[in-house]
Write a protein that binds this ligand. Structure first.
Ligand SMILES: *Cc1c(COP(=O)(O)O)cnc(C)c1O
Length: 463
């Protein structure tokens, strides 16, 4: 197959891009050069590391990925919500180059530098809540979760950690026990960490509960199964990521926070995927009127450079002894310089407004598809964190049985036609739209036309 597909519409007028913001397929997918690289990889890269779409990337800019064979993909995944400001965003690239020329590493716990302090100031300013806040910077999301747990245990003197059903918190030895799904994250990697409890969540599409009802169910579990006096922390994604972008019912999160506060439990927002302007607010907790005790950031914070943070109430963050927190690469100067540029880009380019624009355009396009195809059960999310849950109409379960086969077929079709579309969902039943905020309306229309074709192909082939 050597068809050429291009999107005639031009990119957002205000920004100039080094790569044309258009979809273009010039070889079979994967192309010959990618296929050769895949062969080399098989010999030396662990089979435990998978790749969703094995096209090897040569360049990326804005919302477009260019592979080694010259194919261009509309990137609806942004490296799983990392390049929120856009690939190779000009100010992020400039900040990283400039910082690399000055110095690349000293280790903040040996000799400190201003960039680390500035990132902590920006986090204190932009995370929810109007009280003194402090931060520790580390390298990855899972490391932020681990540090959040350590900090909460130290502050409370308690042992237990609670999470919600459908959660995802990472792949380290502690965090794999905090995930909902054993496969692939924990299976065979045990024994799992003890004192981790999985409480029922709020999943309005399936449980039909109000926020108050769902919170009562969660709290009953925490009270009876764990016991508040042993519970150090409750870790919650305000919008669940890998689980399938579940938006909790109104009132659910504030009710849990109220119970945590009354019982001396530290409530931690895992904003690793939902934070940093992606949802149309700086942090998704704000959509729900939730002011967490601690907030975890990572993914989008530094435009693609590895950086993560735990930010929260000063008295909780200060309970740890000097030397108890940190790590060699934590708060790397180049990552910090990039993060400062990301915070500036959010303001300068009105990225909260751009996320809201993407929500409006995606919602309009997806609603049109939902009216056309009855496999779309629900459209949900906020900002550039939207998803559709695919169902099997006519199979009972209130017409909501998971349709993983359709999710997989549509995602594969999209990849073959130049649209990188991520899947999610505990049952593999969700397609997620997690693009950079540089994604233009023209690219949204074009990407949705491919998904429309994919759904049409599915309908045809199933009859
Ligand atoms: C990605 C993610 C993590 C883990 O982050 P890593 O950087 O991959 O370790 C934790 N929590 C949530 C909600 C995530 O999306």
């Amino acid at each position: 197959m050597t068809d050429t597909l291009t999107n005639s519409a031009t990119a957002a007028a205000t920004t100039t891009y080094s790569v044309a913001q258009e979809r273009k397929i010039v070889t079979a997918i994967p192309g010959p050069i990618s296929a050769a690289l895949q062969e080399r990889r098989r010999a030396v890269v662990s089979d435990g590391v998978s790749s969703m779409l094995p096209v090897y990337i040569a360049k990326a800019n804005g919302a477009i990925l260019v592979d080694v064979d010259g194919n261009q993909f509309i990137d609806l995944g942004a490296g799983i919500g990392v390049t929120t400001v856009g690939h190779t965003e000009t100010s992020v690239v400039a900040a990283a180059i400039e910082q690399s020329r000055d110095f690349i590493h000293t280790l903040f716990t040996v000799t400190p530098y201003e960039e680390y302090v500035r990132v902590a100031e920006l986090l204190a300013e932009h995370t929810p809540g109007d009280f003194p806040k402090k931060s520790v910077l580390i390298n990855s999301g899972a490391e932020a979760v681990e540090n959040g747990v350590k900090i909460a245990r130290k502050y409370t003197g308690r042992r237990a950690v609670a999470v919600l059903d459908h959660a995802y918190h990472g792949r380290t030895v502690l965090t794999m026990a905090m995930n909902y799904k054993a496969m692939p994250y924990a299976t065979g990697y045990g024994p799992l960490a003890s004192d981790v409890y999985h409480a029922p969540s709020s999943y309005p599409y399936h449980d039909g509960l109000t926020g108050v009802e769902a919170a009562a169910r969660t709290i009953a579990y925490l009270d009876k199964v764990v016991g508040a006096s042993d519970l150090a922390c409750l870790v919650v994604e305000p919008i669940q990521g890998e689980g399938g972008f579940m938006v909790p019912a109104d009132g659910y999160l504030p009710a849990l926070q109220e119970w945590c506060t009354a019982n001396g439990v530290v409530m931690i927002a895992d904003e690793i995927q939902s934070g940093m302007a992606r949802s149309g607010k700086y942090f998704a907790s704000e959509h729900f009127g939730w002011i967490p005790d601690l907030v975890l950031s990572a993914k989008g914070i530094a435009g693609g450079f590895p950086l993560a943070a735990v930010t929260g109430r000063a008295e909780i963050m200060d309970a740890s002894q000097p030397g108890g927190l940190g790590g060699t690469f934590g708060g790397n100067p180049v990552s910090c310089a990039a993060a400062i540029a990301v915070f500036e880009a959010i303001e300068a380019n009105d990225l909260l407004g751009e996320a809201q624009r993407i929500e409006r355009s995606l919602t309009a396009g997806l609603t049109a598809l939902k009216n056309k195809y009855n496999i779309i059960g629900e459209i949900r999310g906020h900002g550039a964190m939207m998803a559709i849950e695919l169902v099997q109409p006519g199979t009972g379960d209130g017409e909501k049985a998971p349709n993983a086969a359709a999710v997989s077929a549509i995602s594969t079709y999209a990849g073959q036609h130049g649209v990188l579309l991520l899947t999610a969902g505990t049952s593999g039943n969700v397609l997620r739209f997690l693009p950079s905020l540089a994604l233009s309306d023209a690219l949204i229309v074009d990407a949705l036309s491919v998904i429309d074709d994919a759904m049409a192909a599915l309908t045809t082939s199933s009859h």
